[in-house]
Design a protein around this ligand. Structure first.
Ligand code: NAI
Ligand code: MG
Length: 363
């Protein structure tokens, strides 16, 4: 088998973090005959510097054709003045839009070695392993009308519109149910049906999708505000949470911070299965940005990027064992006391980006 990966390291610490993933890919090819074929493109400020766009058409085509895209990070003060449609983030938005990445997966797992670094008590988060599935291409961020209207009496009106159609709720809940089957088998759907019509429809469609295709999965519903409270009170009650774009944005940020540093958090964004091959388009990226404050100094924590690659192994290539081995290698290196600066604690050994990557590869 060949497995095609398109690498978009981007700006700032993006390339530094990606270099540690490249080591893993090379090792898997050499030692385990994994058959990864990689190609590398430019995105963000580095693409703008090279050809005046946040991503070139040629690189867009490669991203569309690859089995999976690994994305580092984009942006930095150097490009603050570039035109809005060419700013670094435009490259990521273009990828999400053209690849139709409607499902954003954000895991929150607790590494035992870091449990005491959380702001929550150890017993609340020890062993935590939840997955938030956020709808990424619909809802109030995109619904029309979306405008500021001048009311003419010194008043203006800001309007955003929450819109969800049946098919959008069906496909995002389908992803959540399928993922739950590979985990603890539980989905909690969150909306605000008490005050929102789109919430009523969301609840109905999730319930119907469950009954029609996924009755083996346990489904519960929670109002999204109560869900936010429960995430902080007792997060281990959840396995998979499925929710809309706006609530998912907030709830996934809350869930992320249950377990610690930005430098640890991976994500995946998935599209619909291809009609012919059944394969989903997919992009994997750390949650953090390009961290210009620490770029080029070997200070970046590569774990978020490496854990994103583990998600890629699991979701794009069904390499479940390899993903689990990589994740336990991360846990082991943390158990051994190795820390990049962002997660440094008492009695730990401070290492550089490359030393952390090498240790994970060795483990
Ligand atoms: P950021 O995530 O780049 O950095 C926030 C803070 O966390 C900084 O102090 C940084 O040093 C630290 N940090 C982030 N990742 C780290 C890592 N792997 N290891 C160690 N420390 C880490 O967010 P910020 O500062 O708001 O934005 C910086 C640039 O990144 C901006 O241009 C922004 O637009 C862009 N950005 C890009 C994203 C993306 O490419 N998806 C997401 C968020 C921001
Ligand atoms: Mg957010």
């Amino acid at each position: 088998t060949t497995r095609s990966l398109f690498l978009l390291p981007g700006d700032g610490i993006g390339p530094e973090a990606m270099a540690e993933v490249t080591k893993l890919i090379d090792h898997m090819n050499a030692a385990e005959n994994a058959g990864f074929v990689t190609d590398t493109g430019l995105v963000g400020g580095s693409a703008f510097d090279a050809h005046g766009e946040a991503i070139s058409e040629a690189d867009m085509e490669k991203a569309m054709a690859a089995d999976a895209v690994l994305f580092g990070a984009v942006g930095g003060p150097k490009w603050d003045g570039v035109p809005y449609d060419k700013r670094p983030e435009a490259g990521l938005l273009r990828l999400r839009k053209d690849m139709q990445l409607f499902a954003n997966l954000r895991p929150a797992i607790c590494y035992p070695a870091l449990a005491d670094a959380s702001s929550l008590k150890r017993d609340v988060i020890e062993g935590l392993d939840i997955l938030i599935v956020r709808e990424l291409t619909g809802g109030v961020y995109f619904g029309e009308p979306k405008e500021i209207v001048d009311l003419g009496n010194g008043q203006k009106r800001g309007i955003d519109t929450q819109v969800y159609d049946t098919f959008e709720i069906e496909r995002i809940s389908g992803v959540a149910f399928e993922l739950a089957r590979t985990r603890a088998g539980k989905v909690c759907s969150m909306e605000k049906r008490n005050v929102m019509k789109s919430g009523v429809l969301w609840n109905e469609v999730v319930t119907a999708t469950h009954a029609a295709h996924y009755a083996d999965v346990e489904l519960t519903h929670m109002l999204a505000d109560a869900g936010g409270m429960q995430l902080v009170r007792w997060p281990k009650q959840f396995d998979v949470i499925v929710t809309d774009n706006l609530f998912g944005d907030m709830l996934s940020d809350v869930a992320a911070m249950l377990t610690g540093s930005l430098g640890m958090l991976p994500s995946a964004s998935l599209g619909a299965p291809d009609a012919a091959t059944g394969k989903r388009k997919a992009l994997y990226e750390p949650v953090h940005g390009s961290a210009p404050d620490i770029a080029g100094q070997g200070l970046a924590n590569p774990i978020a990027m490496i854990a994103s690659f583990a998600m890629c192994l699991r979701y794009s290539f069904a390499m479940t064992d390899e993903a689990a081995r990589l994740e336990s290698a991360i846990a082991k290196v943390l158990d051994d006391g190795l820390r990049t600066a962002d997660i440094m604690g008492e009695g730990a050994r401070k290492v550089s980006t490359a030393e952390m990557g090498d240790a994970i590869l060795a483990a």
